[in-house]
Design a protein around this ligand. Sequence first.
Ligand SMILES: *Cc1c(COP(=O)(O)O)cnc(C)c1O
Length: 426
Amino acid sequence: MTDLAVGVPRAAGAGQAPEPRVLDVARVRADFPILRRQVRGRPLVYLDNAATTQKPQAVLDAITSYYTTTNANVHRGVHLLSQLATEAHDAAREKVATFFNASSSREIVFTRNSTEGINLVAQTYGRWRVNEGDEVVITAMEHHSNIVPWQMLCGERKGHLRVAPIDDSGELVLDALDELLGPRTRLLSVTHMSNALGTINPIPAIVKMAHAKGIPVLVDGSQAAYHMPVDVQALGCDFYVATGHKLYGPTGIGVLYGRASLLEEMPPFLGGGDMIRSVTFEKSTWNELPYKFEAGTPDIAGAIGLGAALDYIGSIGLEAISSHERDLLTYATAAVQEVPGVRLIGTARRKASILSFVLEGIHPHDIGTIVDQEGVAIRTGHHCAQPVMERFGVPATARASFAMYNTREEVDTLVSALERVRTVFG
Ligand SMILES: *Cc1c(COP(=O)(O)O)cnc(C)c1O
């Protein structure tokens, strides 16, 4: 087995830290080489984590090591490298299953990202289950990735998209959601955590509500998965999607968890190699789970990189990451509110790691440009959530978002950069 472990550190019980450990932020920062670079002559202050996170050395090493020593195609060859590549790919899937506490790695489908995971469910489960007059329910805080695939599906199948409202703090109105879930609802698709507002939705309660009416639930875990431990069995959801590049892993790899009984029944997504058992010109039969949903050569290095990222997260501990980020959010919320003219967008009671705001009389784009001069990377715009912007009556917001390697000093740098914005435009 020794040479099988190439590029794949042993599973470290990712996501299942035994005790809340204290996060040593200096040690964590040393693991991320990009944090040593300068931007515009100043140390990089990277506060755009909700868009993508930076990568620890362990992830970079796993990818390089795979290509340097093991590269071959999977599930095909009998030659050694193909066996090693297959084992490393399978091991990565096991790590994902453990990370999300799926009951089996058969329930883990590799995708390119969350967006592809949602489209996969829309194009397979959706086309199978949604017929004329049927409904799909989403919420007013969804990312475009969890709106557009359902719009496309409903357009094609003559179904209806229903949208549960949010209140002024950015919380989902649960009674209104409950009312929307009816006999024609075929699926509820809801985000675990909003990328525009930071709101964390009470998924177990929402799932209970939907299941009481026999409605399956897809949870968009793109934001939640790198901020808090996620246990798909405890959440009770039927589908859960996540995206590797926000989990400190590479771009181009994502994850769809699906309840095995549902995945078994669903038609396949893309057709091609690997997803079939047999092919004749008359008819093909489908491969077993999860391969039925993975046509063509997968992103092998991406999966291995993601596995390394989950090991890394596990070595720090999601409880420790969560509590560190909670401290940063509390600190930043107080500090940013001190800046004259600031209005926070998203003040839910349960939120994480995201501070969205506007500055009176100053366009968010100008905020982003000025703070960039100070080496501070934040996101400005609609955050792929235009309906959320509309709900709060703003064209865009500035958004600072925190990850495990951020510090209070970086928040201070952001705040002094915002004060500069005020003097430039004030
Ligand atoms: C980032 C994000 C997505 C989309 O992720 P991709 O990697 O672009 O597919 C979807 N939903 C939420 C809540 C996100 O934050």
